[in-house]
Design a protein around this ligand. Structure first.
Ligand code: SF4
Length: 275
């Protein structure tokens, strides 16, 4: 791919070897998202990937497959990619990538298990919210029920994943309800980690238009912090889970393990609310 394309990866993968699998986003319709607006969706040819791997460091231990949603290439190609990683990076213990709820719907539990066995060890899934009304407003292209099922499928396949959710996404006056619905969604599966983001209105997005036309009003900082507090309070996962609010968009940066650190995290939010 000769054109310049945007490349994004989670901040925890900053030191990971990046292997491009797709460019752009196969969906590219989420109202709040500005990431791949200027990019064309495309699959990187296997030969190009092989060339990249062939010239990489044989002792690479971790790989991040880049693209908004690499699983969009389908099961057969994913297996071939993972086999190539194994061939050229035999010491690699973890291949990670983003994955959308929409793409996961096309994979069976058996296929996800096979991907895990072939080396795929961590997915970052953008669930955003458990509110169907908000998912529709933000044009996420999936329902809360579909999202729950994908989380459960990943658990059944024993494929670890980080669940990305976004406070403020429901807009002014809806933070409390959004927190409860998002916690309800998350409580139905067990992610390796919950990563929070704070809704940010980026220029040139459909959301920016909605704000301009008065169809969406942003929640205040106070409401967003209160939403984060309710989310943490309402999380009752079947197993202990990490929570990470250190993404750059967040209003407060914290990490902890739930349930044991819940009180400490809530105290930090209270201190911020009182400040
Ligand atoms: S949020 Fe993800 S799926 Fe939605 S448009 Fe952006 S990159 Fe694509």
């Amino acid at each position: 791919m000769s054109e310049m394309q945007s490349v994004y990866y989670p901040q925890s993968e900053i030191h990971t070897t990046l292997i491009p699998v797709t460019t752009g986003c196969p969906y590219n319709r989420c109202a709040f998202c500005s990431m791949y607006k200027a990019d064309t969706y495309g699959e990187v040819p296997l030969l190009e990937m092989e060339h990249e791997l062939m010239n990489g460091e044989r002792y690479t231990e971790r790989v991040f497959l880049t693209g908004a949603d690499p699983l969009s290439v389908g099961f057969e190609k994913m297996i071939r990619i993972l086999n190539l990683v194994r061939k050229y990076f035999p010491y690699c213990g973890c291949v990670a990538s983003y994955a959308s709820v929409r793409s996961l719907q096309k994979y069976s539990v058996h296929e996800l298990t096979e991907l895990h066995d072939a080396g795929l060890r961590l997915l970052y899934v953008g669930f955003e919210t458990g509110s169907d009304e908000t998912l529709k407003l933000m044009k996420k292209g999936h329902t809360a029920a579909a999202a729950v099922r994908q989380g459960q499928k990943l658990n059944e396949a024993k494929l670890p994943f980080c669940a990305i959710v976004m406070y403020g996404i429901a807009g002014e006056g809806k933070g409390e309800e959004n927190a409860r619905l998002t916690a309800k969604l998350l409580n139905q599966f067990v992610p390796a980690k919950i990563i929070t983001m704070n809704l940010t209105v980026f220029a040139l997005t459909e959301l920016a238009e909605m704000v301009k036309e008065g169809r969406f009003t942003e929640a205040t900082t106070r409401e967003k912090l209160q939403e984060l507090k309710t989310l943490i309070t309402e999380l009752h996962m079947k197993k202990p889970v990490e929570i990470d609010t250190t993404h750059t968009t967040n209003l407060i940066k914290m990490t902890g393990r739930l349930p044991e650190d819940a009180e400490k995290l809530l105290d930090q939010i209270d201190a911020r609310l009182a400040g």
